[in-house]
Write a protein that binds this ligand. Sequence first.
Ligand SMILES: Nc1nc2c(ncn2[C@@H]2O[C@H](COP(=O)(O)OP(=O)(O)OP(=O)(O)O)[C@@H](O)[C@H]2O)c(=O)[nH]1
Length: 554
Amino acid sequence: MYSLKINRFLSFCVFRSDVVVLCFSLANPNSLRHVRTMWFPEIKHFCPRTPIILVGCQLDLRYADLDAVNRARRPLAKPIKPTDILPPERGHEVAKELGIPYYETSIVAQFGVKDVFDNAIRAALISRRHLQFWKSHLKKVQRPLLQAPFLPPRPPRPVVGIPDPPPMDGEGPDSLFCQPLCADVLFLLQAGATRVFAHKVYLATSCSKFYDLFTMDLGAAGMEKEGEESSEGSEEEEQSRRGAKEQAGRTKSLDIDKEGEGGTRGSNRLLMLQQGSLRTSQSDNALPARGQYSMGSLGAGRALLGWGRGFLGVYLEMVDDPVTGRPRLMTVVSMDDLIQKGPFQAVLQYLYTGHLDETRGDLMQVATIAELLEVFDLRMMVANVLNRESFMNQEITKAFHVRRANRIKECLSKGTFAGRQSEIRVKYLFTSIYLFIFLDSVTHAEMCALFLPVLDVVFRLDDGYLPAHKPLLISSCDWMAAMFRGSFMESYIEEVSRDFSDSCFIKARVWHSMLRSIPCTLSDFLGLPAVSSSSRKTSSLRAGTRDQADQQQR
Ligand SMILES: Nc1nc2c(ncn2[C@@H]2O[C@H](COP(=O)(O)OP(=O)(O)OP(=O)(O)O)[C@@H](O)[C@H]2O)c(=O)[nH]1
């Protein structure tokens, strides 16, 4: 009965047809089997001369998420299994066996429908040409053509799972100070015999003295001027000399170890700096060889006489990184010979962490240096220890962090470093991205926004550039630390463009993985207008490497 119905149907539909398009589903192997065993023989039986083309439908299901497809189907519909999906070869094999052309289509992907109709027409016209061979307009008709392959849709991005980093409990900055990876400032103590590496971003956010020092203009012109004045013996020079003497006198009065020739050597160096030379103690064997810390090669520097007690001069120089050994441009600060390494390191450590090792035997020297650097809360901590009131120091440590945060907020509200539109934009980029990384720390985010001059890494994202601070990233994130420690290319890549001559670039994917998020674009992610390629070369970003820019200009 069933067969009879089909025969009637076929004889009705196919009779006198020009072409038959025989379809099956690429997600149903039975439908292809029926093509070969039932439909093709039946059609051939009723219309032996009618051309047939074979069409595999629902091509998109070959690349689709079948779970999602099955969920969207009717509840009682038979679910499609991955084994149901037919590869292209199966259709081609059957078509070859039957001697007919083969095409694949998808309505959903809008693929192949035109191919089917174009080639069905060709097949029909070719068939007609056999019957009406004298008709000239049929001579140029082509046979059905091969179908161009389907370009599968791009697969979804793989989900990269990264576990949460272990909690650092404030040890990050401490260990960074002890192992100064990516240091960008070098303190020369004891006429260069002792070197202490540090990170500007930590010092500048905790101590206004260092903030002033690192944001100081180190133009060579200033140096030359000082030199000229020195040779001319002007009034200002006299005043400056007097200042130097007073300074030396003040320094000598400090309760710091005065053993050896420190005082004399310090005075000599003060005099040399006064005369406009930062080639401190070239004759002093304690300084590194190769003239590494003379400012001859870069020429950007300043004498700091009269600027602050304990400081002799500051200049830029290429210095080998203490961890990776690769040369980096660093700010070299010559300190007075009377400043001892141990207490000075204790002060710097406080500026990183807000903590003081109360068991130290040199607390008096620590207090003295803290006073020199105007770190008065540290001085108070020492006083508390000496007065057996060290229980109060916890509050001072808390206040240290709060005060730092407040100071940064105050600067933000005043618009420090936010002179131009592009700078403001960069500032907000900073804030957002650091908030994302240091989820628990608003302080970091805001201080990054402020300290454009100490930027040292630029992330290249899909739709813009994001400058940042390596020390903060390293001390707060193990992966960042691993990346910059030297094992990865990112730790030593230098310079992709002249604007970021001390920068390294990291691929957006790395950054996205770090954030455990795959936003389309940075601006989508942050809800901000994108930083365009033109605006990425803004002066605000150049401010990140202002030192180098000054250098290049000169
Ligand atoms: N994923 C996918 N589904 C398709 C495609 N073409 C048709 N379908 C689905 O297949 C089912 C049947 O489609 P129809 O066009 O009705 O097929 P038909 O052979 O004409 O069926 P009848 O009208 O019952 O004769 C519908 O649920 C369509 O949504 C395709 O290219 N891709």
